[in-house]
Design a protein around this ligand. Structure first.
Ligand code: DLL
Length: 435
């Protein structure tokens, strides 16, 4: 028997769900056309009027939105409510040049927290639980989202944020945490630390973990389940939609149910934009249905996955998505932080280094490593070893200021980075992130 936060809507027959989606979509399209110049211009360019959208079947007529649109409209260009009706902003992780800022009204926070409450109850969470939230709190959506969801369920919420692992473990043991929410890599690290401290998986009271914000494999799921003695569940989301909780796994552990009363998913061919039939692998696109301050029509997530409406034993009728299997852009997720290689390049050039560099990402002991190799010019190369190491440290700090994570920086001799005759291969990702 599954736990639902809102049983009625989570088990709605698909036809009824589509009816609700259509009603909400028609209203939304009219609202953004009338109130947001950015949308009006985009729709006019495509020759679409609000009357052309009568149901979800007309969704494909609308133009796509991309991260570039969000940056273009930064900060208020896509706002659909007066700023005085907004109560919160959140922002994508660790990015300076490519920051995306999203706004929430009280209602937007309410539906986001409902999404996260559904996710917690789907893994068996109740008001009896002690939920340790060790996603980062702050501009990143992880902490705030799961925190709000846990409150809604009525669980005792431990707002730990990330880091300070010994303290996490002390609270976990002393207060008997039963559900833990963090990135899968942090969960794996907590598991290792517990072992190092001499604990066995039976020593803690944890029963479930809700892990997301970065790619992880089935192998990693098994490792985490064994090291913590729990069931590990996936949760997906992106800042642009609300944050975590756009979709969540139930106890069947076979993909994540999308909260379809709030978000319409589509799968498209990333090259042509053509909508693909259910079961095809392609880029996930979302349209928000309930968001007031920052509604998004046909937003291209760049995440590659497959959708399936196969009946689920949990009784939920919401369509399921597979884990993201990759991205259709060059964004890397390193230790939970979204990183575009161009941001690293910007720092190198600003600091007077050459654009000949190589970024290597790997995973050691379930932890991401980031190494950046930068070629020195012949003038720069005359430095002594000591000078080079000082410069490496300075450059690593500059990258940290930009991204929020510190790389291992290597300044290497002139002409030592292989030149390419075609497209330069600047990023080598050695991690096995997908099964
Ligand atoms: O990562 C929101 C979140 C917080 C989700 C906590 C789950 C838990 P962003 O920082 O905007 O938001 O990053 C969004 O992260 O487009 C995916 O590429 C990736 N991502 C998120 N969840 C998963 C997951 C948050 N479960 C981007 N598996 C998305 C794989 C994920 N990738």
């Amino acid at each position: 028997m599954s736990n639902y936060y809102q049983a009625e809507v989570e088990t709605l027959p698909t036809e009824e769900l589509k009816k609700i989606q259509s009603e909400k979509l028609v209203k939304l399209v009219k609202h953004v056309y009338d109130n947001v110049e950015y949308y009006r211009k985009k729709m006019d360019e495509k020759g679409i009027k609000p009357e052309d959208v009568k149901s979800v079947n007309d969704l494909h007529k609308l133009p796509f939105l991309t991260k570039a649109d969000l940056r273009d409209a930064y900060p208020y260009g896509l706002l659909a409510k007066p700023l005085t009706d907004c109560v919160r902003i959140q922002s994508t992780s660790g990015t300076t040049g490519k920051r995306v800022v999203v706004f929430y009204t009280q209602h937007d926070i309410e539906i986001w927290e409902q999404c996260c409450a559904r996710a917690i109850m789907a893994v068996g969470g109740t008001k009896e639980d002690v939920v340790q939230v060790c996603y980062g709190y702050g501009l990143f959506t992880g902490g705030a989202g799961l925190h709000g969801g846990s409150h809604k369920v009525g669980s005792l919420t431990l707002p730990m944020s990330s880091g300070n692992t010994e303290r996490q473990i002390q609270f976990m043991m002393d207060l008997g945490s039963t559900i833990i929410c963090c990135t899968p890599s942090y969960a794996a690290y907590i598991g290792e630390t517990l072992k190092e401290m001499g604990y066995t998986p039976d020593d803690n009271k944890l029963k479930a973990g809700i892990f997301g914000a970065e790619p992880w494999t089935e192998e990693m799921r098994r490792d985490i389940e064994n090291s913590l003695g729990i069931k590990a569940y996936d949760i997906y989301g992106l800042t642009e939609m609300c944050g975590p909780g756009v979709s969540f796994e139930c106890t069947e552990q076979t993909g994540m149910h999308i909260n379809e009363d709030f978000f319409i998913p589509e799968i498209i061919d990333p090259d042509t934009g053509e909508v693909l039939p259910e079961g095809s692998k392609g880029e996930l696109v979302f349209t928000t249905l309930d968001k007031e301050a920052f509604p998004l029509l046909r937003y291209r997530t760049r995440d590659i996955c497959v959708l399936s409406r196969k009946k689920c034993s949990c009784g939920r009728t919401f369509i399921k998505m597979t884990k993201p299997m990759g991205r259709s852009d060059d964004m890397l997720i390193i230790r939970g932080v979204n990183v575009f290689p161009s941001q690293i390049e910007t720092v190198l050039l600003e600091q007077g280094y050459s654009p000949n560099y190589r970024i290597e990402v790997d995973r050691a002991n379930n932890n991401d490593t980031l190494d950046v190799y930068v070629e020195l010019t012949s003038e720069q190369f005359s430095d002594t070893v000591k000078d080079v190491s000082i410069k490496e440290k300075q450059l690593a700090e500059a990258v940290k200021t930009m991204l929020g994570i510190k790389p291992n920086m290597h300044l290497v001799p002139p002409k030592s980075i292989a030149r390419s005759e075609g497209k330069a291969v600047r990023v080598v990702d050695k991690r096995k992130l997908h099964d």
